[in-house]
Design a protein around this ligand. Structure first.
Ligand code: NAP
Length: 311
């Protein structure tokens, strides 16, 4: 089968599409034919080897991920596809089932097929109303946004500010915060104001203008920073001041989120109910994986970038 292989840490060109061995299902496994995989900010970070990180941090990362190249040669942690074969003990899935999965550190999604234990925590039936490309655009941003917004315990009518509302996590956060009953102000650049409004934001603020902190205002019950520590602006620096007394501030980089299968299933229900729409910015064929990484690395994708993968 064809797969993108990460040949070392470095620029997007370290990703090469090659023929690799076919996976075979053991008695408790499923083999999934992958139709779409998401290129995430995390994939890009791992591939790069984080050259800008402190030496200690880089050494720790490589201890965990692999010294000269990622131990998991095939990158990608989010897939949508179809079950192609099942092991003899598997009752949870049948051949032909449409599924989606977040494989976490196991990676392996930039490939035509993957073999996973049927009990894999974040493997579930995909929403029936979405194409494979659309389905692949939900789990990464959706699970991260859901984790932090649940921690925020949004109550109906509370004012919520989502900073960085146009990325994978941000576009999911706007919709989930609305679903939880929040009144949502979305912060993004001018080009994405219409997008975030179309996702349900009650107000949208361009973070690139000098008066952005004033226009975003104050008195928020919840502020969620969906872009993390590395992306800054004057408005971001002002986020703590935007909180109402007793307000809750969360950043996507605060901690590693804990994710459960029930959360993935919940996202599927939201998608089927139309409360969570996938946002796909660009699609690239597997062969153009390096271009896809270069685009995501630019840091300005709208929602998600998806690799389309043929059988
Ligand atoms: N805690 C964890 O385990 C964990 C896991 C995964 C990711 N993360 C963090 O989550 C972050 C976001 O992930 P993602 O996949 O949503 O990223 P993403 O899709 O690449 O985010 C891109 C978005 O960031 C916006 N942006 C860029 N510079 C900005 C700035 N200075 N101020 C505000 N917005 C800015 C861009 O919007 P414009 O084009 O409108 O500027 C773009 O839409 C990652 O960078 C990482 O730090 C944490």
């Amino acid at each position: 089968m064809k797969a993108a292989v990460c040949t070392g840490y470095g620029p997007p060109e370290v990703l090469q599409v090659r023929e690799v061995g076919e996976p075979a299902a053991g008695r408790n496994d499923v083999v999934i034919g992958i139709r779409a995989a998401t290129v995430t900010a995390s994939d890009v970070l791992i591939r790069s080897g984080i050259p800008s990180a402190r030496l200690v941090m880089r050494a720790m990362m490589r201890l965990f991920m692999g010294f000269t190249r990622p131990r998991r040669a095939i990158p990608g942690a989010v897939l949508a596809g179809e079950v192609e074969s099942v092991g003899r003990n598997v009752t949870r899935f049948r051949v032909g089932d449409r599924v989606w999965a977040f494989t976490l550190m196991r990676c392996g999604c930039y490939a035509q097929r993957i073999c996973l234990p049927a009990t894999t925590k974040l493997l579930a039936p995909a929403p029936s109303n979405l194409t494979h490309d659309e389905a692949a655009a939900i789990p990464y941003g959706g699970l991260l946004a859901l984790y932090f917004l649940r921690a925020a315990q949004i109550r109906r009518g509370e004012r919520v500010l989502v900073y960085g509302a146009s990325g994978a996590i941000g576009t999911a956060a706007v919709q989930i915060a609305k679903h939880f009953g929040g009144t949502v102000t979305a912060v993004c650049s001018a080009a994405n104001l219409e997008l975030v409004r179309s996702l349900g934001a009650d107000a949208a603020v361009d973070y690139t203008t000098a008066d952005a902190p004033a226009r975003a205002g104050a008195g928020y019950d919840v502020v969620f920073d969906a872009v993390g520590r590395r992306k800054t602006s004057p408005l971001k620096a002002a986020l703590p001041n935007a909180l109402a007394p007793g307000g809750r501030l969360f950043s996507v980089d605060d901690r590693l989120p804990r994710v459960r299968r029930a959360d993935l299933e919940y996202l599927g229900e939201l998608a089927e109910a139309g409360a969570l729409r996938p946002v796909v910015d660009r699609r690239y064929p597997l062969e153009q994986v390096a271009e896809a990484h270069r685009y995501v690395e630019g840091g300005h994708k709208k929602g998600n970038v998806v690799l389309t993968i043929g059988g």
